[in-house]
Design a protein around this ligand. Structure first.
Ligand SMILES: NC(=O)c1ccc[n+]([C@@H]2O[C@H](COP(=O)([O-])OP(=O)(O)OC[C@H]3O[C@@H](n4cnc5c(N)ncnc54)[C@H](O)[C@@H]3O)[C@@H](O)[C@H]2O)c1
Ligand SMILES: O=P(O)(O)OC[C@H](O)CO
Length: 332
C-alpha cells in the first residue's frame, strides 16, 4: 500500500483522502490552516462534508515538510487559485520523479495555464498527472458509485493513478489527453454558472439542455484548437462533468448561478454558497484563451459580461437567443 498526502482539506481533498484510506493507503491530509488541522485531529469529522466521520487511520498535518517528504503520491486538492502557491511551498521537499496528482479544476488567469502545467512549471522534476470527472465530493464521501478519468501524457503514469484511486464504487478510466480533461473541467464550471442563472431566472429544462449541449460544443471547439481530442468532450470529463454540474444541487457553481439569476450581486452569491465557486475564477481565463485561439465561445462570453460588466442576466439570455442564425455543426 502507498503513502499518500492530500494537500487541501476542503470537500474534495477530504473526500479523496477518505477514498484513498478506504483503498488501504496511509493517508496524510494537509491543511494550510493549523486550527483546521487541530479540529480534524480532535473531532475526526469533516466540517467541509457536513460533519462526516473520517476513517480511523487518516492522519492530519499543517506541516508541508511532513506532507511533502517520503510520499509515494501527493494529491493537490486546494482551490485552483492556490495551486501554484502550494506547489511552490511543496517544491523543496519532493524527490525527482515524485508523482503529483492535480484534482482542482481551473485555468490560471495570468498565464492561461491548466493545473498540471502550473505545477510542472513550479516543480519541473515531478511527474504530474490529473484526476477529473463527474464527481461531487458529497457523493464520493458517501461511497456512491462514481466514475473519473486519470490523465497523464504517459499512459503508464495514468495507470498508476488509476490503481491508487480505483475501487468498487469509484471506477477510474485512463487518458493521455490531459489538455482535453483540464479544459473540460475548468469550462464546465463557467457553463454551470449559466445553467444556474437560467434556473434563477425561472427558465425551464429546454434552456438547461440548450446550455449543456451548446456549452460542450464551444468547449470542444476550443479544445480541438489547442490540440485536445474531440472525443474527450463526449466523455466523463467533458459532457459527463457538465451534466452533473449543471443538474445537481450539490454544485456550488450552479447554486451561485441561481442566486445571480435571482438578482444577487456576484460577491454576495459567492459568500452565500460559502465554498469555492471555481467558475467565477475561470471565466475570464476561458474567454482570454478563446480570444487567443480565435474561437467563438458565446456562452462563456455572456457569463463574463454578467459576472464582471453588470449585464442583466435576462439580457444575456436574450443576446444568446438573438445571435445570427447558423448551422448546428460546421463539418469543415
Ligand atoms: N467539491 C467537489 O465536489 C469537487 C469535485 C471535483 C473537483 N473539485 C475541485 O477541487 C478543488 C477544491 O474544491 P473543494 O470542494 O475542496 O473546495 P472547498 O471550498 O471545500 O475548499 C477550499 C480548498 O482550498 C484550500 N484553501 C483555502 N484557502 C487556502 C489558502 N490560503 N492556501 C492554500 N489553500 C487554501 C482549502 O484548504 C481547501 O482545500 C476545486 O478546484 C474544485 O473545482 C471539487
Ligand atoms: O460544486 P462544483 O460546481 O464545484 O462541482 C463539483 C465537481 O466539479 C463536479 O464534478
Amino acid at each position: 500500500m502507498a503513502k499518500i498526502s492530500v494537500l487541501g482539506s476542503g470537500a474534495w481533498g477530504t473526500a479523496l483522502a477518505m477514498l484513498l484510506s478506504d483503498n488501504g493507503h496511509e493517508v496524510l491530509l494537509w491543511s494550510p490552516f493549523a486550527e483546521h488541522t487541530e479540529e480534524l485531529r480532535r473531532t475526526r469529522k469533516s466540517s467541509a462534508l457536513g460533519g462526516l466521520e473520517l476513517p480511523a487511520g487518516m492522519q492530519f498535518t499543517s506541516d508541508m515538510k511532513k506532507a511533502g517528504e517520503r510520499q509515494d503520491a501527493i494529491v493537490l486538492a486546494t482551490a485552483s487559485v492556490y495551486t501554484r502557491g502550494v506547489a511552490r511551498e511543496l517544491r523543496p521537499y519532493v524527490k525527482t520523479g515524485q508523482l503529483l496528482v492535480c484534482v482542482a479544476k481551473g485555468i490560471e488567469e495570468k498565464s492561461l495555464l491548466f493545473q498540471t502545467d502550473e505545477v510542472q512549471e513550479e516543480i519541473p522534476d515531478a511527474v504530474v498527472a490529473c484526476l477529473s470527472g463527474p464527481s461531487h465530493a458529497e457523493e464520493v464521501a458517501r461511497r456512491l458509485p462514481t466514475t473519473c478519468v486519470a490523465g497523464a501524457a504517459d499512459s503508464a503514469v495514468a495507470e498508476q493513478v488509476q490503481e491508487l484511486f480505483m475501487n468498487r464504487v469509484f471506477r477510474v478510466y485512463t487518458s493521455t489527453d490531459v489538455k482535453g480533461i483540464e479544459l473540460g473541467g475548468a469550462v464546465k464550471n463557467v457553463i454551470a454558472l449559466a445553467a444556474g442563472i437560467a434556473d434563477g431566472l425561472g427558465y425551464g429544462d429546454n434552456t438547461k439542455a440548450a446550455l449543456i449541449t451548446r456549452g460542450i460544443a464551444e468547449t470542444a471547439r476550443l479544445g480541438v484548437k489547442i490540440g485536445a481530442h474531440w472525443e474527450t468532450f463526449a466523455g466523463l470529463t467533458g459532457i459527463g462533468d457538465l451534466i452533473v454540474t449543471c443538474a445537481s444541487m450539490h454544485s456550488r457553481n450552479r447554486r451561485a448561478g441561481i442566486l445571480i439569476g435571482r438578482g444577487k450581486p456576484v460577491e454576495e452569491a459567492m459568500r452565500e454558497v460559502g465554498q469555492v465557486v471555481e467558475g467565477v475564477y475561470s471565466a475570464k481565463a476561458a474567454l482570454a484563451l478563446a480570444e487567443r485561439e480565435q474561437v467563438e465561445m458565446p456562452i462563456v462570453d455572456v457569463v463574463n459580461r454578467v459576472l464582471f460588466s453588470e449585464l442583466p442576466a435576462a439580457e444575456a439570455v436574450r443576446m444568446l437567443m438573438e445571435r445570427d442564425p447558423i448551422a448546428e455543426w460546421n463539418y469543415l
